[in-house]
Design a protein around this ligand. Structure first.
Ligand SMILES: Cc1cc2nc3c(=O)[nH]c(=O)nc-3n(C[C@H](O)[C@H](O)[C@H](O)COP(=O)(O)OP(=O)(O)OC[C@H]3O[C@@H](n4cnc5c(N)ncnc54)[C@H](O)[C@@H]3O)c2cc1C
Length: 383
């Protein structure tokens, strides 16, 4: 068993760390306060290959394996969850999904533009009445001659207002449940499509773009189908295998950032005439955090490695997402406490880590849903 990343994986990680440390982390607080991510940064991510690395070279990517991709998300997650979130939706939920399910024509049209970040992608599954139970979606796709006509709403769509291309899920008939769902790959300039910012101030990911979509008689050509008619649910779930790995790796990055910040603070802050890091109770916090970070890292890399072997890794990916997001939640909570009053202010980044991490426990399947996926896989279906 070899636990070391290869030379090329290490190189990708180092480049991601350098970029995240210089071009993302120093601006994370300002982006969080302003509530938006500058388009210049998104273009820069595209120009440096951070939005398409996982795509094959023929489509403008770098042909990274999933371990490299996880290392990349870990480093960006360490710097800022909004930026890492944009990347995961764009690259894992959208680009990798088109790579798996798209026709040659769709791949040729969409992937090179996505790889360069000329087009931004989003993934539109969640609806007001269908979240965890995605198969109960109400957005309809009615077949009419050579087209489908879409009507309905989607919420919480990351990158939704800036996206040029969307994977949209809709059903031919709710009574067909999973089997009625179709996936469509559409440009966002179609007639009958409107979008706006989600209402309300969000707890974290404040620099992310979260959108509300409405489809009113939006006509979509049959050539926009991603996968066959009725295969949309499979398309959605296979995309989530990739996306969840990205979220798990991002959570690992957040936990590592909490540990780094806590160690720095424990070494410098003095009370009762000594470094707080010399108090056993603080040492216990740091040790638990370090153990959680290590365990998350092993689970994330294992899931990525299994995906690279072409093995089914749904259970292992859900385990990685469940454990890494919950471990990062604990780490962020302890990091704020360890910083005392300073941790309660955005003068220190742990305050942002604490707000951001909750989102990772919710999107791409909440922790409850990950437990269901894991347990069903272990127990199996009744014969
Ligand atoms: C920051 C952010 C970004 C997002 N980005 C996207 C995106 O890009 N695209 C997209 O399509 N969606 C996106 N979402 C939506 C997200 O995927 C959903 O919020 C999530 O799947 C949960 O759905 P829900 O909010 O409707 O909660 P519900 O499904 O209503 O769940 C409410 C509660 O009930 C629990 N629950 C539900 N069913 C069960 C069950 N069977 N057993 C036990 N507990 C259960 C849940 O775990 C949760 O605690 C995003 C959400 C957030 C917060």
């Amino acid at each position: 068993m070899n636990f070391s990343p290869t030379d090329s994986q290490q190189k990708i990680q180092q480049c991601a760390r350098d970029f995240a440390n210089t071009r993302v982390a120093p601006f994370a607080r300002a982006m969080d306060e302003r509530g938006e991510m500058p388009m210049e940064l998104i273009h820069e991510l595209g120009a440096h290959g951070w939005l398409g690395g996982a795509l094959p070279k023929e489509y403008g990517g770098e042909g990274w394996d999933n371990v490299s991709l996880a290392l990349c998300y870990e480093e960006f997650g360490r710097a800022d969850s909004s930026v890492r979130g944009l990347m995961t939706v764009h690259m894992s939920l959208v680009a990798q999904c088109i790579l798996k399910w798209g026709t040659d024509e769709q791949k040729k049209i969409f992937l090179p533009k996505l790889a360069r970040g000329e087009w931004i992608g989003c993934y539109a599954l969640t609806e007001p009445n269908a979240g965890s139970d995605a198969a109960s979606m109400e957005t309809t796709a009615d077949e009419y001659e050579n087209e489908f006509i879409l009507n309905g709403e989607k919420i919480w769509i990351t990158n939704g207002n800036i996206a040029d291309v969307a994977i949209v899920f809709a059903t031919r008939a709710q009574s067909l449940k999973h089997k009625g769902i179709c996936a469509f790959l559409v440009e966002t300039n179609l007639k009958g499509f409107t979008r706006e910012k989600m209402r309300g101030q969000e707890l974290g990911h404040r620099a992310s773009d979260h959108a509300y979509f409405r489809f009113e008689n939006m006509r979509v050509s049959k050539s926009a189908l991603l996968g066959n008619v009725g295969e949309g649910f499979k398309v959605a779930m296979s995309a989530l295998d990739h996306g969840r790995l990205g979220v798990a790796a991002g959570a690992l990055g957040v936990a590592q950032a909490c540990l780094d910040a806590s160690v720095d603070f424990a070494r410098t802050r003095r009370q009762f005439g000594q470094r707080i890091g010399d108090f056993e109770m603080i040492q216990s916090v740091i040790a638990n955090m370090a153990a959680d970070v290590d365990a998350s890292r092993m689970l994330v890399y294992r899931a990525a490695w299994l995906q690279d072997q072409g093995q089914r890794a749904t259970r292992e990916t859900s385990i990685a997402k469940l454990f890494a997001t919950e471990a990062a939640m604990r780490a962020a909570s302890e990091a704020v406490l360890l910083h005392g009053g300073r941790g309660y202010s955005n003068e220190y980044p742990v305050e942002r880590y604490y707000r951001d991490i909750k989102g990772l426990q919710i999107y791409e399947g909440t922790s409850h849903i990950q437990r269901i996926v894991i347990a069903r896989d272990i127990i199996g279906k009744e014969s």
